[in-house]
Design a protein around this ligand. Structure first.
Ligand code: IPE
Ligand code: IPE
Ligand code: MG
Ligand code: MG
Ligand code: MG
Length: 318
């Protein structure tokens, strides 16, 4: 991979920013109700690949570079806003995992190498932890308007994340997932489910990074080259991420994944592997990677981090 060393240093720096921001934004565990706050911290901190925050950073940096704005890490106004946007998406993602693992959903006992939140804190508390992470995400986005960034950007960020999280996004996809157990979906139905349950939040991550960097509307009408490229990239990678999740569920072991392997077939879930087979599913993810890289080609070097993340998403082992 080109610039591999530069990429790992870039990633390390962004991961530290995410961890620090989450640590500061989550209520301390001594604050009442202590068990709830402890559960929130347990479900969010110390774990997870943080792919969605990394996409927020990479998209914002691509748009900044395309606009000739100085690098984000030296921009005192944009950098804290990007941190908040990145952490807001991660909070929604963490809540989606906590609810996904509940006995009434996938009934999983292991997540990010630790007992799931309902195993550690009880089912009712796990539900509430998820309930509390959602509004906290929107509080963070409201905070963007206090950083000297136009309030409209804050509103647009909230709109984007709300839409991607709700019934027309992640939660809608989860509903389809539950109602599809034991059913044979065709490829188009499977694609729709994956694009909602996983793709929506990944696409929102890219949109949100771009929105902060553009500090105004991020649409094809306003920024034709960038918006077209990033939308196509987001569609390809949003889907590829879940295709690889399906592949790893079959191929990887529990210790590597930090979550129970083999759950999809045990629970009779339709996946890309059950529909296409293991190797064709992986080949399809590679095809989507090629589509993503082709989509960002017009952005040239400005899309370097996005392209490196795309490779990471498809080549990952956990
Ligand atoms: C797992 O997401 C659930 C899906 C949406 C496929 P990740 O693989 O990003 O999980 P973490 O955040 O690294 O734990
Ligand atoms: C979950 O999909 C997607 C979410 C919205 C959380 P999975 O059920 O396949 O995720 P894992 O495999 O449990 O992480
Ligand atoms: Mg699930
Ligand atoms: Mg699951
Ligand atoms: Mg899975």
């Amino acid at each position: 991979m080109l610039d591999a060393l530069g990429f790992s240093a870039w990633m390390q720096a962004r991961l530290e920013q995410v961890e620090r921001t989450l640590e500061n934004q989550l209520p301390v565990s001594t604050e009442a109700p202590a068990a709830l706050h402890e559960g929130m911290r347990y479900g969010v901190l110390d774990g997870g690949k943080r792919v969605r925050p990394l996409l927020v950073y990479a998209a914002s940096e691509a748009v900044c570079a395309a606009r000739g704005v100085e690098a984000l890490h030296v921009s005192q106004v944009l950098s804290p806003a990007i941190d908040l946007a990145a952490c807001a998406v991660e909070l929604i993602h963490a809540y989606s995992l906590i609810h996904d693992d509940l006995p009434c959903m996938d009934n999983d006992v292991l997540r990010r190498g630790k007992p799931t939140v309902h195993v550690a804190f009880g089912e009712a508390q796990a539900m509430l932890v998820g309930d509390c992470l959602q509004p906290l995400a929107f509080e963070l986005l409201a905070g963007v308007a206090r950083l000297g960034i136009p309030a409209q950007v804050s509103v647009d960020l909230m709109n984007c994340l709300a839409h991607a999280s709700g019934s027309r996004g992640m939660a809608g996809g989860q509903a389809i997932d539950l109602q599809s157990v034991g059913k044979a979906l065709d490829l188009e139905q499977l694609r729709q489910m994956h694009e909602l349950k996983t793709g929506a939040l990944l696409r929102a991550s890219i949109q949100m990074g771009a929105l902060v960097a553009a500090q105004g509307p991020f649409t094809v009408a306003h920024m034709p080259l960038e918006a077209k490229a990033l939308n196509a990239y987001g569609h390809a990678m949003g889907l590829a991420f879940q295709v690889i999740d399906d592949v790893l569920d079959v191929e990887a072991d529990t210790a590597t994944l930090g979550k129970t392997a083999g759950k999809d077939s045990a629970q009779n879930k339709p996946t890309y592997v059950s529909l296409m087979g293991l190797e064709p599913a992986r080949a399809y993810a590679h095809e989507l990677l090629e589509q993503a890289l082709a989509a960002t080609a017009p952005l040239g070097d400005n899309a370097l981090r996005l392209n490196q993340l795309a490779q990471l998403i498809v080549l990952r082992k956990s």
